[in-house]
Design a protein around this ligand. Structure first.
Ligand code: GLN
Length: 495
């Protein structure tokens, strides 16, 4: 049996029913990962450890005590600390770093029985939109290896899109789950801020960072999220809510719905600011096609407005660097990772260590962050941005009086060519326009495949829900995926 492009739900079922062993599936995914190394998805692949975990999963199944993801081969974005594998956050600063503990999300997926193949490439400290800010090597889009897979969870997106794992973890601060999912034709969900624990997730912008699953379908995401989510006393911003069964929420029948119209009564709001004249025609076309499918399933489309959409770019690019400059001060050559070899006094050691350890984008953000937080500029920039952040969140609440879910594109274009964005950071920042608003508001957002655009590149439909509305998003995406095959398309080059 080939595990190629097998999803989380199918792998879990096959192992649970004894139709495949976890060792068999793991072996198959490992050989695919090895055969497609040139895609740059993995920063660390550990066949020996993965097979040992798979063996243990098969033993648990034989003993009859297996959990929901028993034996399912996954991998983690290298921003999650792991005890049994190195963690780099895509940075030279943490080269060779070993964590003494597992991130909560990692521990929970392990407890659910998942097998980890290793650690996935990402932009340095999750800063970027193309995975080209990885200090190691870029990841390549399996739909066209001349193009980027998106970022910062680029390795995660590539691993799923190329069928190297059944599903994986990602993180999203301003779009890093949704945008790479969109660029590679997979399904990903960023939950409401606080749903997944940030404990052991290397911090970029603490008030925005959120973990989530990236996989082949809404069902796969629901299964993984059920294992990942839930209150964690080790994270002070973790939401104090009872554990949720996202698979049950995904399949629950809506009031008044029927088999042919599972989305009857669902009001989908289309913010006019998400469909500007500058939106690429192929993206607009694919998104409209997916929306028409949702209408066929019983949903109604309503016009809404998020008037401060454009402001989310300057607001995010003040708040995120401000928090980053503070979070990254811990990488000083004393406590973690890299330390310069040659230095004079302590200050010189700090300077040389940080000059050597951080890449250009990270340095840029530290400088912006330190600037906007400095005396005299704090009120003009940081405080102003915080006030606008609240207004952006309020705009969403206004929309949710008129609709249940908000929909639009994930990104203004399909994936661009490698190297195209690297010399103009501002251009890359502007492309985050549709993912930043939900991040700033702390709302859940999802990317669902919506077909192919120009040059056969994937396009994602973004769904945004109200706080803790993950179930509604998964339900909507699942209904779409039951009726269409957008999510089943796979890239030719990696069969
Ligand atoms: N592209 C955005 C940035 O560079 C978002 C990154 C993320 O979500 N981690 O900050």
């Amino acid at each position: 049996m080939s595990a190629a492009f097998m999803g989380v739900a199918q792998a879990a079922r096959l192992v649970a029913q004894g139709q495949a062993s976890s060792v068999e599936l793991t072996q198959d995914f490992l050989s695919r990962a090895q055969a497609h190394q040139s895609l740059g998805a993995f920063l660390h692949l550990d066949a020996e450890l993965a097979l040992a975990q798979a063996k243990a999963a098969d033993a648990r199944r034989a003993a009859g005590g297996a959990a929901s993801l028993n034996g399912v081969p996954i991998a983690h974005k290298d921003i999650f600390v792991t005890q049994d594998a190195p963690t780099t956050a895509g940075s030279k600063m943490l080269q060779g770093y070993r964590s003494p503990f597992d991130a909560t999300v990692v521990a929970r997926l392990k407890a659910a029985g998942a097998v980890s193949l290793g650690k996935l490439n990402c932009d340095e400290f999750a800063m970027g939109s193309a995975n080209e800010n990885s200090a190691y090597f870029p990841a390549k889009n399996p739909w066209d290896v001349q193009r980027v897979p998106g970022g910062s969870s680029g390795g995660s997106a590539v691993a799923v899109a190329a069928g190297l794992v059944a599903g994986c973890t990602g993180t999203d601060t301003g779009g890093s789950i949704r945008q790479p999912a969109s660029f590679t034709g997979i399904t990903g969900i960023k939950p409401t801020y606080g749903v997944c624990s940030r404990y052991g997730m290397i911090a970029f912008a603490s008030s925005l960072d959120q973990a989530g699953p990236m996989a082949r379908s809404a069902e796969d995401c629901a299964l993984m999220l059920s294992a990942m989510a839930g209150f964690d006393e080790l994270d002070s911003t973790s939401a104090q809510r009872p554990a949720a069964d996202y698979v049950a929420q995904m399949t629950a029948t809506r009031e008044g719905a029927s088999a042919t119209h599972p989305l009857k009564g669902l009001r989908i709001g289309l913010p006019r600011e998400f469909f500007p004249a500058a939106l690429a025609a192929d993206v607009n076309g694919a998104v409209r096609t997916a929306l028409a499918e949702l209408e066929k399933l019983g949903a109604t489309l309503v016009d809404v407005s998020l008037p401060r959409t454009e402001l989310s770019i300057p607001v995010y690019y003040i708040i995120a660097p401000a928090e980053a400059s503070s979070n990254l001060s811990r990488f000083d050559g004393v406590k973690f990772g890299h330390r310069a070899q040659q230095y004079g006094d302590l200050l010189d050691m700090y300077k040389k260590t940080r000059a050597e350890g951080f890449g250009a984008e990270v340095k840029r953000r530290i400088m912006i962050g330190a600037y906007v937080l400095s005396h005299g500029y704090y009120d003009a920039y940081y405080l102003q941005a915080q006030k606008l952040r609240r207004m952006i969140a309020d705009d969403f609440q206004q929309c949710f009086t008129q609709c249940d879910v908000i929909a639009g594109p994930v990104a203004p274009t399909v994936a661009w060519k490698l190297g195209q964005g690297s010399d103009d950071p501002l251009q890359a920042y502007l492309a985050d326009i549709f993912t930043l608003p939900a991040s700033l508001a702390g709302l859940p957002g999802m990317s669902v495949p919506a077909g192919l655009g120009d040059q056969g590149m994937p396009v994602g439909l973004q769904l945004i829900g109200n706080y803790f509305g993950e179930g509604t998003l998964l339900h909507t995406a699942h209904a779409l995926q039951q009726a269409t095959d957008f999510h089943l398309k796979t890239p030719e080059g990696v069969r």
